[in-house]
Design a protein around this ligand. Structure first.
Ligand code: THG
Length: 370
């Protein structure tokens, strides 16, 4: 496939780390929340995939922007936007929480951090939630402030991330529980660090305020990480598919509701909390979904998904559409995420798909893959 350059401009915002990763050999960017997000360093993605599963990587993940909501009505507004019950949310915890509109359509699938009773960060996937939140606040006369916080996340991912972070920040960081966050001292300042990240290889995310000490911490991890074979990296398509981590805009979008995306765990319809789309979701739940996200395995060694690709059964009936995919070294074939129509939800449902003009066969499977 022919590759194209990105024309940089002020609108496609650089991050605190852009000059650093360009020295470190970044070779491709995508755009995420109007910001440069690296996708590749050096050679093939497969090399970075193996490295991520064995060692440790530091990622410029600043594209995961924080919308801060603070003020007297901040809980009311955050709860209005998500179908996950946050009434018992605790300070110091992260919550993966779908944001939906009044028709229960997915606006975003952020991680929400409760910083204090009247202060929240919504750590976004790729859509303009700040505008949506402002519209709701104005329409409801909420007493809140809403703005994009000056935070650039860097993510430390991989099995050796625990040893590396403990070496630099002290052993206490090993005690942090999954999706918890706390403050750790480095270079004379405190840094908010969560045990989270967009891989299943373990790790942390540093919510870096634009400070010298924050950048020094980024640099220090590379210096101290030599013994752990640290490398600059990026969210990895192969790993995230194998780990079944969904990507907003790719696997699901504003045409889908959270029950179609398998977010049942994060849809709380029994509690008293008030959120947009609640009655719609009750109806969807009682009637059952008409399409849903499933895994697929395809008999092919390569794929490049740049748009939806239709899937057909043996009678040439449309059964769904492939939305993401990549060759996976462990499965030794292409795996991907597809939106599958009812009544084709059966694990092992067979289908045909055209990849770059070649007819291939595949099978639907339940998620997660492993
Ligand atoms: N970290 C932060 N912000 C983010 C992401 C992140 N914003 C955008 C994007 N990633 C949001 N998407 C996801 C998807 C999955 C997870 C996190 C963010 C995730 N899920 C866990 C899982 O599926 O096992 C568990 C979630 C839970 O149980 O609460 O980690 O990566 N800051």
């Amino acid at each position: 496939m022919k590759e194209y350059f990105i024309s940089k401009s002020r609108r496609l915002r650089s991050t605190s780390y852009t000059s650093r990763i360009e020295e470190q050999g970044v070779t491709a960017y995508t755009i995420y929340n109007h910001m440069l997000l690296p996708t590749r360093f050096g050679g093939p993605l497969e090399e970075l995939y193996h490295h991520l599963k064995e060692h440790v990587q530091v990622w410029d993940a600043a594209g995961q922007r924080q919308v801060e909501v603070n003020g007297k009505d901040s809980y009311k507004l955050v709860q209005l936007m998500t179908c996950r019950d946050l009434s018992k949310a605790k300070v110091g915890r992260c919550y993966y929480a779908p944001i939906i509109d009044d028709k229960a359509k997915l606006i975003n699938d952020p991680v929400i951090l409760k910083l204090s009773d009247q202060r929240w960060w919504i750590s976004l996937s790729d859509s303009d939630v700040e505008l949506f939140a402002k519209g709701l606040a104005i329409g409801n006369n909420f007493d809140v402030n809403i703005f994009e916080a000056k935070i650039d996340i860097f993510s430390v991912q991989g099995p050796k991330s625990f040893d590396l972070m403990a070496k630099v920040l002290g052993p206490k960081i090993r005690e942090l529980k999954f999706f918890g966050f706390d403050y750790y001292e480095f270079g004379g300042s405190k840094h908010l660090i969560a045990r989270s990240g967009w891989s299943k290889q373990g790790g942390y995310e540093v919510y870096m305020e634009h400070t010298e000490a924050g950048l020094a911490l980024y640099d220090k991890l590379f210096e101290a990480g030599v013994e752990f074979n640290v490398k600059p990296g990026a969210p990895n398509l192969i790993e995230r598919l194998e780990s079944s981590l969904l990507s907003y805009g790719n696997d699901m979008d504003i045409g889908d509701n959270p029950l179609e995306c398998g977010f049942d765990k994060y849809v709380n319809l029994e509690s008293e909390v008030n959120f947009l789309g609640k009655e719609v979701l009750k109806k969807v739940k009682s009637e059952g979904v008409k399409k849903k996200l499933m895994g697929v395995k395809i008999d092919s060694k390569k794929i490049n998904v740049t748009g939806s690709i239709n899937m057909y059964d043996k009678n040439n009936k449309l059964i769904g559409e492939l939305r993401s995919g990549s060759f996976n070294p462990m499965f030794k074939q292409v795996i991907g995420i597809a939106m599958v129509n009812k009544p084709y939800f059966k694990d092992t449902q067979e289908f045909q798909i055209s990849i770059d003009g070649n007819n291939c066969t595949g099978k639907v499977c339940d998620l997660p893959f492993i």
